[in-house]
Design a protein around this ligand. Structure first.
Ligand SMILES: Cc1ncc(COP(=O)(O)O)c(C=O)c1O
Length: 461
């Protein structure tokens, strides 16, 4: 059942549908881009032909300004594992707002929030911040201070927020990226000072041999190895177990701080990636889902490292850190909403959706894989499951763009906007949401096997 005709005509039809379905968004975008670059306040939100503007979300659904309803599997780029407007959170946060959202001193709930984080994620001490970007920035500085060294090793294709220290080789073009075993640091766009390259070393995810050589070559300078344990800024990459345990051994051998960036993964498994991988990092960075939709992040880890943060020692501060709104949100999300039972139920729904996708892709003989990680998964139009950024790039992005656009036109946002994103199933999605999604995919899949013009991956974030 292989289809070979070119997909330009199908793509055109879907584009026309998109325009006729979202006229208010088009109007809004034309106005917004006069005041805001590209009409969006985060580069990741810009989509072609233009971004849709939204009004409200409830449970697993989201409504745009033309009143179109979508089943949402972007879920705030993974921030909303609790679901949109989760009633338990709405109740607590309304009450909290009536009693002030910034006290300017420590909030009484910050103790309970810290206790919940440490217990769930296996850490000794924690400091709260507001965004993932800030938290990776602090984590890297803490590691530099603790080890007295400067250099950080990160992996090609991993994203750690708009943190300048780590804005290298996020989505590098292969022309600039160097040899696979010895990648060059590629700044993620202009404005990142040349001298910062000296502070960074790059390796390929899932390649322990190459990473070992790079760590050995930098052993006197290396402060930290930072990674997304399941990279989720190149679809979904499943880590090899011996790669992760090998990194732990390497860091132990050379006195390097191992940092897991769990900004996304902390919500994809009940206890984060550490729980499934069985490897304990020295520091971890949490964000997104822990706040149930309120901006909050955390730097957490071993006491011997974290106890060095403080006045006159390692810097960490922020007006909005541990504000009452975010602390109430953390306590309610972790204690009452993201229970093990609820997370396991969401994972079953995610598995069912993956199975539905996989069966149809196989039926139509479309070269693809569906890598999974807890509540997330991604359709990857690759011959085999990608292991790193360079393999991810071999996927058919044109096909992915067609899949995304045509699902959206039929009322499903199947993932974050971009082949480098993935779906997130929340604790408020239902079996009907999954059934409807697969029904929609049935309509779309026959045309996915066509060849589509490539719009390309945005190179800078
Ligand atoms: C793994 C990872 N780390 C850090 C960040 C940055 O978090 P934030 O957008 O809250 O600054 C992101 C954002 O998507 C992320 O995916």
């Amino acid at each position: 059942m292989a289809y070979v005709d070119p997909g330009g005509a199908s793509l055109k039809t879907e584009n026309q549908k998109y325009f006729s379905k979202t006229p208010s968004s088009l109007k809004m975008w034309k106005m917004a881009r006069e005041l805001t670059p590209f009409g969006v306040h985060s580069n990741y939100r810009f989509t072609r032909p233009y971004p849709v503007y939204f009004r409200r979300g409830i449970g697993g659904k989201i409504v745009d300004i033309d009143r179109n309803e979508y089943i949402d599997f972007n879920m705030g780029f993974g921030a909303l594992v609790s679901g949109h407007a989760n009633p338990k959170l709405v109740h607590v946060l309304k009450e909290r707002l009536e009693n002030s959202s910034v006290l300017g001193f420590e909030d009484e709930n910050s103790y309970t929030a810290a206790e919940l984080i440490n217990k769930r994620y296996g850490t000794d001490m924690v400091r709260f911040s507001t965004t993932g970007t800030e938290a990776t920035m602090h984590a890297v500085r803490i590691a530099r201070a603790f080890t007295g060294r400067q250099k950080i090793l990160k992996f090609e294709g991993c994203y750690h927020g708009s943190n300048q220290d780590l804005l290298f080789s996020v989505k590098p073009n292969l022309d600039d990226a160097g040899l696979p075993a010895r990648p060059s640091p590629v700044p993620a766009g202009p404005g990142i000072p040349e001298f910062m390259k000296k502070g960074i070393a790059i390796s390929q995810f899932n390649d322990l041999d190459a990473t070992t050589e790079i760590v050995e070559a930098n052993q006197n300078d290396l402060a930290a190895v930072i990674l997304e344990p399941y990279p989720m800024n190149m679809g979904v990459i499943v880590p090899k177990r011996d790669f992760i345990s090998g990194l732990r051994d390497l860091c132990d051998e050379y006195g390097v701080t191992l940092i897991f960036d769990e900004v996304k993964t902390c919500g994809k498994f009940y206890g984060g990636a550490e729980e499934v991988l069985g490897v304990r990092p020295d520091l971890k960075v949490l964000g997104k889902s822990i706040g149930g939709g309120v901006a909050v992040s955390a730097i957490a880890g071993k006491k011997e490292i974290m106890e060095n943060v403080g006045p006159g020692a390692i810097s960490h501060a922020g007006t909005f850190n541990s504000n009452p709104l975010s602390m109430s949100a953390v306590v309610t999300s972790l204690r009452d909403v993201l229970t093990r039972q609820a997370v396991e139920k969401a994972q079953r729904l995610s598995d069912t959706m993956a199975e539905g996708y996989g069966d149809l892709l196989q039926l139509y003989e479309i070269p693809s894989t569906v890598p999974l990680a807890g509540l997330s998964g991604a359709i990857s139009f690759n011959m085999s499951q990608p292991q790193n950024w360079r393999e991810f790039l071999r996927g058919d992005i044109g096909r992915w763009n067609y899949y995304y656009l045509s699902m959206m036109n039929r009322g499903v946002i199947p993932a974050g906007p971009g082949a480098d994103e993935q779906w997130t199933v929340s604790v408020m999605h239902t079996e009907e949401d999954i059934e409807k999604t697969i029904e929609v995919f049935k309509e779309v899949v026959p045309r996915i096997s066509l060849r589509y013009p490539l719009l390309g991956v945005e190179e800078s974030v």
